[in-house]
Design a protein around this ligand. Structure first.
Ligand code: ADP
Ligand code: MG
Length: 681
């Protein structure tokens, strides 16, 4: 049965009758909305089971005469009735009830009760069955009874009636060609809706609840098709905008390659080729470069920047934190400055005249590196041709929008080390082209991950001493304390003091979010230069920091971190040629999910696999923060379980926009009616 989320982002209810307002709360305004409001489950009221055979067989309907009914007060207030038919009798038990229910259950009345019959304290009983008064000749319904998602104050019977009326109208127009439906083995949408709203007894409860039922598949495909259509439309609309074709000579890039002590990996070569092809187009590139931690995205970005610069345009490189931005700046400077490229670093923390000077320099530079301060308060680039956004998922939709609104639309390269499983990428980033770095540079040593109980931290200290004696360096990550930033800071200070006490003779640095930018830089520079052996850090080092000599990562209270975070943190080691390890300290007792997370990070090193498992654990909505992404939540389809349908929907959307745009418009209106603007981000 499809997972179901409430229709997110419905516009506020218009004034209208009370019923209309209730319906609007469920996003139900038009006939189509009612038809696409599908049951959560079904009840089978088409048959009557003799009481003697009703126990332990799941949900059943029994019919009989009430022989007694009374309110009991011990052990708590409850309504107890006794129902009998020719085969036997059972107890009906209600812990909350209305006087009207008491009337239905008056001794002597005939009722039908739907529910599960269980062995109770005093023989067989039904707890909170759905009871209906009947006469001897009341007919049985011909179809299974759907149970709809509803809202307080709106009865199932009212929804049933409204949806029944909608079903009695003319069939909805079909958007898929007959050959296409046949190839996929799917019914028409109208057939599917009729099956799901008013299934015949022969359709079988179990079959209807299965997610591969053809009727459900049809609905899920249509829902995914609407999503793909709207994303594809947004993508095409953006291609209408002009951007400078960056077709300059490859000499600068060639010079950079010649300076590198290594060759590009095959994956890097492929990504660079894809990017260069995009940059030569007269419309803006919208490309996402995905690659696991350490796969070498920075170099790919640098080569893209070379292309922009060689074509006479400026490039901007943005990172989510100052530490990261500075690391990028230093790296890019060491690569590019000797080649005559003018670089500028924009901190965002300067004030007044210093800020003015910094901005002035940025206006002139070939390559500007900084945090999102770059897009926030007006740096007027003279000729901005390419924007590179590192750790794209850290930037909100708002920031991406702000960037696009900066006059001429530049080419955009977004980078992410949070690998997103393919189907998710196709949905949430269907409006982006994607390059994947699926290969790590050679010579990396695998990282050994160890789980260590907090109580045994003495052993960890011994290990740290040994590694430092071998000339290596160590990250020591403080626990994440989400509730309180000041508590988190205090923990970092405490950990630092403690390590200084227990590791005498070692130089121990401390970096956390409250330090001033210049202080942070000094601490990081000392660590990068090997002047400090141990770096105590809060999660500020989560992304992108690159110190190849650091080969040991200790993470305190690893059970408090998310999987993506743990993977990112672990990726800070294993960057050089030394055998590296990551020690995850955890405190007992562990919750079930914490245990599951630690097991995943312990068993897997591949970021894509970890992301897939994470998705399983958390569900897709939370995974990419879909509420912020503006993509409406799927009600029926599941991006993980219905991966095959996502592929089909993507192809269909592509063809439909090219060959049958009216059908596409009809379909979009049917599913998203008036909510498309949510997708524009
Ligand atoms: P990420 O994809 O996580 O941003 P980086 O760009 O920081 O990875 O690269 C990680 C390290 O690998 C850096 O030190 C970088 O210089 C190095 N590197 C990049 N490409 C290669 C390559 N083809 N061969 C060897 N080392 C490389
Ligand atoms: Mg990086």
């Amino acid at each position: 049965m499809p997972r179901r989320l409430t229709a997110g982002g419905a516009p506020p209810a218009k004034a209208g009758s009370a019923l209309q307002r209730l319906l609007a709360r469920l996003g139900l305004r038009r006939r189509e909305d009612l038809l696409l409001h599908l049951p959560l489950r079904y009840e089978d009221a088409t048959r009557i089971t003799p009481i003697a055979e009703a126990a332990g067989v799941g949900s059943v309907q029994v019919e009989g005469e009430i022989v007694s009914c009374e309110v009991q007060f011990a052990p708590r207030r409850q309504l107890i009735a006794r129902l009998a038919d020719a085969s036997g009798s059972l107890t009906l038990r209600f812990f909350s009830f209305y006087p009207s229910q008491q009337q239905v259950l008056a001794p002597g009345s005939r009722v039908r009760c739907l529910g599960e019959v269980r062995q109770g304290f005093l023989g067989v009983e039904m707890v909170h069955p759905r009871c209906r008064p009947v006469r001897d000749d009341t007919p049985l319904p011909q179809t299974l009874t759907p149970v709809y998602p509803t809202t307080a104050g709106l009865a199932q019977s009212a929804l049933l009636k409204l949806i029944g009326r909608a079903l009695a109208g003319p069939p909805l127009a079909e958007v898929l060609a007959p050959e296409c439906r046949e190839r996929l083995g799917l019914p028409t949408l109208w057939q599917a809706l009729k099956t799901l709203h008013a299934p015949l007894p022969g359709d079988g409860l179990d079959a209807l609840m299965a997610r591969d039922h053809p009727a459900w598949c049809r609905v899920k495909l249509d829902e995914l098709l609407a999503q793909q259509l709207s994303l594809r439309q947004a993508y095409l609309a953006r291609r209408e905008v002009g951007a400078p074709p960056l077709t300059g000579s490859g000499a600068l890039a060639q010079a950079l390659r010649a300076r590198l002590p290594f060759a590009l990996t095959g994956a890097q070569e492929r990504a660079v080729a894809e990017i260069l092809a995009d940059l030569a187009q007269p419309h803006p590139m919208q490309r996402l470069l995905q690659g696991d931690v350490g796969s070498g995205k920075t170099l790919v970005a640098a080569l893209a920047a070379c292309q922009a610069i060689a074509s006479g345009w400026q490039a901007a490189f943005m990172a989510p934190t100052e530490i990261l931005a500075e690391q990028h700046y230093l790296k890019l400077k060491s690569w590019l400055e000797p080649l005559g490229v003018r670089l500028a670093w924009l901190t965002g923390s300067l004030k007044g005249r210093a800020k003015q000077a910094e901005r002035g320099a940025a206006r002139q530079a070939d390559l500007v590196v900084g945090t999102h301060a770059l897009i926030q308060d007006g740096v007027d680039f003279e000729r901005l041709g390419l924007v590179i956004i590192d750790e794209q998922h850290r930037f909100g939709v708002q920031q991406r929008l702000a960037l696009r609104q900066k006059g001429e639309m530049p080419h955009q390269l977004m980078m992410s080390a949070t690998p997103i499983p393919r189907t998710l990428a196709m949905s949430y980033y269907a409006d982006l082209d994607v390059s994947v770095l699926d290969e790590l540079p050679p010579g990396r040593t695998p990282i050994r991950t160890r789980l260590v109980r907090d109580a045994r931290r003495e052993q960890v200290l011994d290990y740290v001493r040994r590694k430092v004696a071998e000339g290596r360096q160590v990250y020591w990550v403080c626990p994440l304390i989400e509730e309180s930033e000041s508590l988190q800071l205090q923990t970092a200070l405490d950990t630092h003091a403690w390590l200084q006490a227990v590791l005498p003779g070692l130089a121990i640095g401390l970096v956390h979010g409250r330090l001033k930018a210049a202080e942070k830089q000094a601490v990081m520079a000392a660590f990068a230069a090997g002047e400090t052996q141990v770096l105590v850090a809060t999660t500020v080092i989560e992304v992108g920091v690159d110190v190849p000599n650091a080969s040991l990562m200790v993470i305190e209270h690893a059970e408090r971190f998310g999987l993506a975070q743990l993977h990112q943190l672990r990726g800070r080691v294993g960057r050089g040629s030394h055998a590296s390890s990551c020690i995850l300290l955890y405190a007992e007792p562990l919750s079930a999910t914490a245990k599951a997370r630690l097991k995943i990070i312990y068993t897997h090193s591949d970021g894509f696999e970890i992301a897939r498992q994470d998705l399983r654990l958390r569900g897709p909505g939370e995974f990419v923060g879909s509420r912020q992404s503006g993509v409406p939540l799927l009600r029926y389809a599941d991006l993980d379980k219905d991966a095959d349908l996502v592929e089909i929907a993507r192809q269909l959307a592509h063809d439909m926009l090219a060959e049958a745009p009216q059908q596409a418009a009809l379909h979009l209106d049917r599913w998203l009616g008036g909510r498309e603007e949510l997708l524009k981000a």
